[in-house]
Design a protein around this ligand. Structure first.
Ligand code: PGA
Ligand code: ZN
Length: 428
């Protein structure tokens, strides 16, 4: 057995140039674990709360208080604990915090420490993290959802839909899926430049286009797949993250870029037409975080042929997943560790999905770093899909590249992608 000797934190910088928390856990054996908390921009109201300093400095985003929470409270609290007891470690941090939303010590502090403990345990075991998590279970690489165009809160002034993603489900390996998406990404960039519509890249590395409409971005994505020599719907399909909480107000969905407003029925009609007209396999947060009725209607109408993901709608919270999915809302769940704040609660969210036949997708945040923990969680826990943003910028590429290393380590590859990729495929 190996025990926690010390837990320290430091402020480091994320992909938006904002401070975030890195935790470093040392064991009595000398083994060490390091992890960095990510940060969202289009965050759900139900997420565990980050602790930020407030005030003038760094637009209030400083993390000195969160760093102190680790050094002065969480570290002493965890000292001497068995590193293999992740559930006990996470529970001790939750009770030290004492709030329902982790706001006292901060979900950023707690997430970083929880993940750093997991890394330390895998180092102690002498195993890669994914293998430490999988045990003897056979695992394979997840299918990526990769952003080609970014909008919404990640590209202010662009289109309203947040992510237009490529899903290379026809690929026969993780490596091939990345190569295909690289071709699509570069084809999309070339077309935008030729049309004089490129404005650089959005927060997650997708192109920040000047499209006249949201549907225009979908059309451009279909063309980019074709230009890459791939078959839309056969080799590569489309996923959308509507992140609709961002433009929901007083019962209506407002698209600023098109000066349009929809009620629930109109929005569902539009989605239904899009699903008919384009090779869309997955839609996330199509209705707002508390629009249960909207999500139920969408799942009822389209859930037999489409992955309907809740992100802000579920916030990786197991009881909320059980309750809302039990009411017929969504057939898949986005899994983001920092939405709930600990590894064990993230695992509980995943178990809840499995018990209910819901699909799951491990996901990064829009503010990321070189931390690759989520790739190991996805592989080690046998999650079929992974979403980490686009195919540019090293905080994204670090994750894709880590997946390539793991695929190589796995050696004998299992069939790819997972045979039961989308939850709606098992029930039909
Ligand atoms: P966020 O966006 O990290 O800004 O919340 C990611 C997503 O909505 O999936
Ligand atoms: Zn989302």
């Amino acid at each position: 057995m190996s025990f926690i000797e010390s837990v320290r934190a430091r402020a480091v910088w994320d992909s938006r140039g904002c401070p975030t928390v890195e935790a470093e856990v040392r064991l009595d054996s000398g083994a060490r674990g390091l992890a960095i908390a990510p940060a969202g921009a289009s965050t759900g109201a139900g997420e565990a709360r980050e602790l930020r300093d407030g005030g003038e400095r760094l637009k209030g985003l400083g993390v000195d208080r969160a760093v102190r929470a680790v050094n002065e409270v969480l570290g002493p609290c965890l000292q001497g604990m068995d590193i293999t007891d992740q559930v006990g470690i996470d529970a001790a941090m939750c009770s030290a915090d004492g709030t329902a939303d982790k706001s006292r010590l901060g979900a950023n502090a707690i997430t970083a420490v929880s993940l750093a403990c997991l890394w330390a345990a895998s180092r102690q075991a002498g195993l890669p993290l994914w293998r430490h998590l999988s045990g003897t279970n056979e695992v394979r690489l997840p299918l990526p959802q990769i952003q080609i165009f970014g909008g919404g809160a990640h590209a202010k002034g662009s289109v309203d839909v947040q992510d237009f993603l490529a899903v290379p489900h026809g690929a026969k390996s993780f490596a091939q899926s990345l190569e295909w998406v690289a071709e699509v990404y570069h084809a999309a960039g070339k077309a935008l430049s030729a049309q004089g519509k490129s404005l650089g890249v959005a927060d997650e590395g997708g192109f920040w286009p000047q499209f006249g409409s949201n549907e225009g971005a979908i059309e451009a994505l279909v063309k980019a797949i074709e230009a890459a020599g791939l078959r839309p719907g056969r080799d590569v399909s489309i996923a959308l993250d509507l992140a609709s909480t961002q433009y929901f107000a007083e019962g209506f969905y407002h698209w600023r870029s098109e000066n349009r407003r929809f009620d629930k029925d109109q929005l569902l009609q539009l989605y239904t037409r899009w699903v008919q007209d384009y090779p869309i396999v997955s839609m996330e947060d199509g209705f707002a975080e508390d629009d249960i009725e909207g999500m139920q209607a969408m799942t009822h109408a389209l859930g037999h042929k489409l992955q309907i993901i809740g992100d802000d709608f579920f916030v990786t919270n197991a009881p909320r997943i059980a309750e809302r999915a039990g009411q017929g809302a969504c057939n898949a769940v986005l899994i983001k560790p920092n939405q709930v704040g600990t590894v064990s609660e993230t695992r509980q969210a995943l178990e809840t999905c499995r018990a209910r036949g819901l699909g799951s997708i491990v996901s990064a945040r829009s503010g990321e770093t070189e931390d690759v923990s989520i790739v190991h969680l996805a592989v080690g826990w046998g999650v079929a899909q992974l979403k980490v943003g686009s195919f540019a910028r090293s905080e994204r590429m670090a994750k894709w590249n880590e997946g390539l290393r793991i695929e190589e380590d796995l050696g004998r590859a299992l069939p790819y992608p997972h045979p039961h990729l989308f939850a709606w495929q098992h029930s039909s």
